[in-house]
Design a protein around this ligand. Structure first.
Ligand code: CO
Length: 134
């Protein structure tokens, strides 16, 4: 059911420093920072040949990643995003199999303006999973 790895998201305490590491030390193509107020994050996109890395930093007082950064002050991996062809069918299959979908289970528009859902880390090896309709 799941397809390509769309991205790995890493929360960082300093976007400029993390951008410099990916650009200058690792030699990757790194975007300018993009504020996404609706999602409470500022994002830098790192484009790799086979996937993307999203560097995330809290934006605003109610950022959903503020508590993650408080628990992980050096930063850390936040989630992985897998592509699916039909997010509603994927949700129904997962719920039918006993997996927990975060929120009310309704797909929302994610950072790429495509429908996304998040799955409970306790059902997936301690890893927060985002599903994005490709
Ligand atoms: Co994501």
């Amino acid at each position: 059911m799941i397809g390509r790895l769309n991205h790995v998201a890493i929360v960082v305490p300093d976007l400029a420093a993390a951008s410099a590491v990916y650009r200058d030390l690792l030699g990757a193509a790194v975007s300018a920072p993009v504020d996404l107020p609706a999602h409470g994050v500022t994002t830098v996109f790192v484009t790799l040949p086979n996937t993307k890395i999203e560097l995330l930093h809290p934006l605003g007082a109610d950022s959903p990643i503020a508590s993650f950064l408080a628990r992980n002050p050096a930063g850390g991996m936040h989630h992985v995003c897998y592509e699916v062809d039909d997010i509603t069918a994927a949700r129904d299959r997962l719920v039918g199999g006993g997996a927990r979908v975060l929120g009310d289970g309704t797909p929302r528009l994610g950072a790429h303006d495509k429908p996304v859902l998040f799955l409970h880390p306790k059902d997936f090896g301690g890893t927060l999973i985002e599903l994005e309709q490709a």
